[in-house]
Write a protein that binds this ligand. Sequence first.
Ligand SMILES: Nc1ncnc2c1ncn2[C@@H]1O[C@H](COP(=O)(O)OP(=O)(O)OP(=O)(O)O)[C@@H](O)[C@H]1O
Ligand SMILES: [Mg+2]
Length: 361
Amino acid sequence: MTTDNTFLQLKAVSKLYGVNYKAVDDLHLDLPKGKLLGLLGPSGCGKTTTLRMIAGLLPITDGNIYINGEDISRKPPHQRDIGLVFQNYALFPHMTVAENVAFGLDMRRVPKHEAQARVEEALEMVRLPGYGPRKPKDMSGGQQQRVALARALVIRPRILLLDEPLSNLDAKLRDDMRIEIREIQQRMNITTVFVTHDQVEALTMCDVVGVMHNGKLAQLGTPEEIYERPSSLFVAEFVGRANVHICQIIAENTCRLGDNVYRCNTHGAASGEGQIAIRPHRISLTPNRDQSLISVTTNSARGKVARITYIGDIVQYEIEINGGYLKVEVPTTSGGHGFQLGDKLLCEWKPEDMLVFGGKQ
Ligand SMILES: Nc1ncnc2c1ncn2[C@@H]1O[C@H](COP(=O)(O)OP(=O)(O)OP(=O)(O)O)[C@@H](O)[C@H]1O
Ligand SMILES: [Mg+2]
């Protein structure tokens, strides 16, 4: 569906490698002006292929790509007004930072004095003012990636494309750069596609997330929609952690797991075999209680602590329930973490946190 303010649009875009390998399969996307779309998915699902088709670095096999209503599907890359940043910075090592950033302006024959001012402005934008005379090798990974971002932004592109730009950086720097890229993207109001296989990156930075699977778009939605209302078991497992077990769907919003019957969200799936997914932190643990004290509005099961994994900010308990296991995550406190191996506990979770998907996925 096209919305009025669509800026970047992909219509039935496909990419065939060789004669029969569909790396991207009938992709539809509508991205409004100034929004940040995260393309998220496992290795090989077609993220880079999609990005390269938008950039014009790869010919598309089928379909059309529009920027602001203009069909750019068959235009060469330099006529698309697109800024690109890759994982490995791809800076020219023999050039200074200023020469690297100016590269796109030289190609566009922007006069020297104007180019100089724009380079300095772009370096200021990525918080590297005065770094122009340096060589890339004399800078840290994070600084080099900021130079790459300045080089992409200096041409004032209509669209910014980022392919895993943070994956070579350490965890702390990645956190800072996420915030920085998002700030620059919002300040410039630049429509951006950000490729990542890191769910935290996708959820924290993006306005819209497109989860890809085998060349197709498995789900497109806000971070919260993707996390809270995954459209398939694949999305539920790929975005966030989940306990997954085979169950029997016995009626709408009712399933059987082992000997127990639970209220759940069956997403309109037909009766028969299905699979449940419950997020580990949506299960609460309490010491075994009298049956009469258990809330009738929540699901519950009794079990025993079979494994404890301390992860720092959380503790993960594996609770054995009738031979099956449920992972439960609890935030740690300075007072230590409450339960011991072998403790008998009650697990409780809400019906809406028990996602059930029908059939084989
Ligand atoms: N030039 C090519 N010729 C043939 N197959 C290719 C070519 N480039 C990519 N592929 C295949 O197309 C599929 C999608 O590749 P793509 O690079 O788009 O994946 P990706 O989602 O970016 O993965 P990653 O997260 O590992 O970067 C993969 O199975 C890949 O092996
Ligand atoms: Mg890739």
